[in-house]
Design a protein around this ligand. Structure first.
Ligand code: UD1
Length: 357
């Protein structure tokens, strides 16, 4: 269970002000709650292109604190500049705001390059002016492509991106490195997430896909509840024990907590380098078929699925070596997969109750 801390207690120990871009999104909203639980004063900006403003109400229900919220696009340089002035004293940024649909990025590459690259450039340009010390960037294991060695460590080579979306993650990592190498007085932590899944145990926050879900777990829960007729498993002829792809599924609340640790590492000046990279995964690979079994076992719901052909661009297998994050950040994924899948299912049930999906 999550715990509500008395409001007065929380405010009396209020720490630094943190800007969360994309803070009403899936990972962003969970991170805002964990930042608030740790005592940080959070300002959210989001253009609401893939989320809605009532997420702010649910954040408040979970944490007991209403975060400041501005509907703002990170492409709007003047708007960002004014926001930094309005909320003076922002010490660090967690930058989630980005377009993230792999397939769409192939159809609309310029939308992805503009949104994802210019947003970051705007933030980096404004940071020194407003005294912002650091940035945590939302990166992805997609930068490794199909790794030659598993589990994959942070020193594995970056492979040519399979999609414009993946390319924006790689380029953004480089933009941050080059900016800091040029002497701009900021620090950064790049978090490479594996496959975030699940929802907040309160069922007040979770993933709300736009239209037909592209990702596995939202498709599973929508099938289980009857919105979709059947889950298609993309391929059972991969070079893996059961033939389906293998991923490192990481609980979204565990992932959110990694951001809190990264922020305090930056602000407490504990970094060993001005730019640090951490894999954020469990260290355990689970196949698509194993995940389906685990969903059925933990929820007691039978899933209608069929094996179909491979999906273009899918990686065969990838899972993290998270030991750097475990040892350096003192962070570890701890939620059992059954609890995570149950949280995703409860979220789907709650959405039905709310008449949303
Ligand atoms: C994808 C992106 C990754 C991105 C992430 C976030 C690629 C190669 N990777 O991860 O960069 O950060 O989304 O959105 O595109 N699957 C099915 N049936 C489905 C849906 C998925 O079998 O209906 C399978 C996929 O083939 C894959 C696994 O489930 O093997 C996970 O898929 P998904 O949830 O889409 O994540 P990734 O493709 O790993």
């Amino acid at each position: 269970m999550w715990h509500k801390i008395d409001l007065k207690t929380k405010h009396s120990i209020m720490k630094e002000r943190i800007l969360v871009t994309g803070g009403t999104g899936y990972i962003g909203s969970h991170t805002v709650v964990e930042l608030q639980n740790a005592g940080y004063d959070v300002v959210i900006i989001d253009n609401l292109s893939n989320s809605s403003a009532d997420v702010v109400d649910n954040i408040e229900k979970v944490s007991g604190i209403r975060p400041a919220f501005e509907k703002l696009d990170c492409l709007d340089f003047e708007g960002l500049d004014a926001m930094f002035s309005k909320y003076s004293g922002i010490k660090a940024i967690i930058h989630f705001a980005a377009s993230k649909a792999v397939g769409e990025s192939v159809q609309k590459p310029l939308k992805y390059y503009r949104n994802n690259l210019v947003s970051l450039i705007n933030l980096l340009e404004l940071m020194p002016k407003h005294g912002v010390e650091g940035i945590v960037f939302s990166s992805s294991c997609t930068v490794y492509g199909q790794p030659d060695v598993l589990p994959v460590t942070e020193s594995a080579p970056i492979k040519k991106a399979e999609s414009p979306y993946g390319n924006t993650k790689q380029i953004n990592e480089e933009i941050i490195r080059d900016t800091i190498a040029s002497g701009v007085p900021i620090n950064a932590i790049l978090l490479r997430y594996f496959n975030p899944i699940g929802a907040h145990p309160s069922a007040l926050l979770g993933e709300l896909p736009n239209g037909v879900p592209q990702n596995l777990v939202p498709y599973i829960t929508q099938t289980a509840i009857g919105i979709r007729e059947k889950l298609s498993v993309f391929g059972d002829d991969y070079n893996t024990p059961d033939g389906s792809c293998i991923r490192d599924f990481i609980n979204v609340v565990d992932l959110a907590k990694a951001h809190v640790v990264a922020i305090s590492r930056i602000l407490d000046r504990k970094q060993k380098e001005k730019v640090e990279v951490f894999n954020i995964g469990t260290g355990r690979g689970l196949s698509v078929l194993e995940l389906i079994k685990a969903f059925e076992t933990s929820t007691g719901v039978k899933l209608n699925y069929q094996i179909v052909g491979r999906r273009a661009g899918d990686i065969e297998k990838v899972w993290a070596d998270p030991s750097l994050a475990n040892n350096e950040l003192g962070w570890k994924a701890e939620t059992p997969i059954e609890d995570t899948l149950l949280s995703a299912w409860k979220w789907q049930l709650k959405l039905r109750e709310r008449g949303i999906q």
